[in-house]
Design a protein around this ligand. Structure first.
Ligand code: ATP
Length: 293
């Protein structure tokens, strides 16, 4: 056990709860490598069991001073709500979500979770409240069990098995010689894209954060796998505040709210039905995607 867990703990302590790949929404990868280690303020607090109400209060942000990406964005997300960000490439969907775990510092305004400015939270504590599931799943060389238990080091066997079940990994595990103890990665079994995603989902069930950020796949896996994964993700989102960076409109029609982002910020928001009826930006995107489907 010691041999397997030592390296995992090491990764964990070096970069808080986010190893490179997990931190990465695509572009986050570079970030974790280069990010200066911003110390917590002396009075930063630990939090546990947040409800997950999120408020963006007149937030402005740009990666450089010359080019603001978000200007004066205000948005309140209820605890437990599933909200999907859509809009043209480069509009700022990923950026909005990346500000929440404080991968970047905002220039103006405030972001609050349950009324607490996120700058007043210890970063480790903040990031423990947020789970990220992205398309390019980060798995490290080790057993499937190691990779799942990374979500919560020290989790019990029963909790790991339950997380695997909820991520619908059972059939795959039954087909592997050593089940959860099967080695994956360079020296082990090579998993398919869909299988890797399920391991990442199992990890998130184990982590059990009140807030979830889903970076939706840009292209569909084969449809049956895709549907199964969508079902697991929907189950994972249950009872959590979920922010989806949406690339394909088909998968987010059931979201509690869809927020359309364009170069000027939030263009419109509402349910799928509201927005289709409004014949605005969303309707245009929707028609365009239907046309090319
Ligand atoms: P996509 O649908 O293509 O993922 P998006 O809506 O998520 O796009 P963002 O990734 O948030 O858009 O990008 C918003 C703007 O910020 C773009 O102009 C992009 O080029 C820029 N940008 C994003 N990440 C960085 C970064 N790490 N450094 C500098 N500029 C960035």
């Amino acid at each position: 056990v010691g041999v397997f867990f030592r390296p995992v703990e090491k990764i964990n302590s070096v970069i808080e709860t986010y190893p490179k790949g997990i931190a990465g929404f695509r572009r986050f990868t570079e970030l974790v490598d280069t990010e200066p280690d911003i110390a917590d303020t002396p009075d930063a607090i630990d939090v546990d069991h947040l409800k997950g109400e999120i408020v963006y209060d007149s937030v402005s942000f740009g990666y450089s001073e010359a080019r603001p990406v978000l200007q004066n964005v205000s948005l309140t997300i209820r605890a437990g709500e599933t909200i999907a960000f859509v809009g043209p490439s480069g509009a700022g969907k990923t950026t909005i979500c990346s500000l929440l775990p404080r991968f970047y510092e905002i220039n103006e305004g405030a972001i609050r979770i349950d009324g607490i400015d996120i700058r007043h939270l210890k970063r480790v504590s903040l990031r423990q409240q947020i789970g990220i599931v992205q398309q390019d799943v980060f798995l490290f060389g080790g057993t499937i069990r190691d990779n799942i238990s990374y979500g919560r080091l020290g989790a019990s066997e029963a909790d790991i098995v339950e997380a695997a079940r909820r991520a619908r990994l059972e059939d795959m595990l039954a087909g592997l010689p050593d089940g959860l103890d099967t080695m994956i990665g360079e020296r082990g079994v090579k998993l398919s894209g869909g299988q890797k995603q399920r391991v990442a989902i199992a990890r998130m069930f184990l982590k059990n954060p009140p807030i979830l950020i889903l970076d939706e796949a840009t292209s569909a896996l084969d449809t049956e796998t895709e549907r199964a994964i969508q079902r697991s993700l929907a189950e994972l989102a249950q009872g959590r505040t979920t922010l989806i960076i949406a690339h394909r409109l088909a998968t987010i029609q059931g979201a509690d709210r869809i927020v359309v982002i364009d170069a000027n910020g939030i263009a419109e928001q509402g349910t799928h039905q509201d927005l289709v009826a409004r014949a605005g930006a969303y309707n245009k995107l929707h028609s365009a995607q239907l046309g090319t489907a």
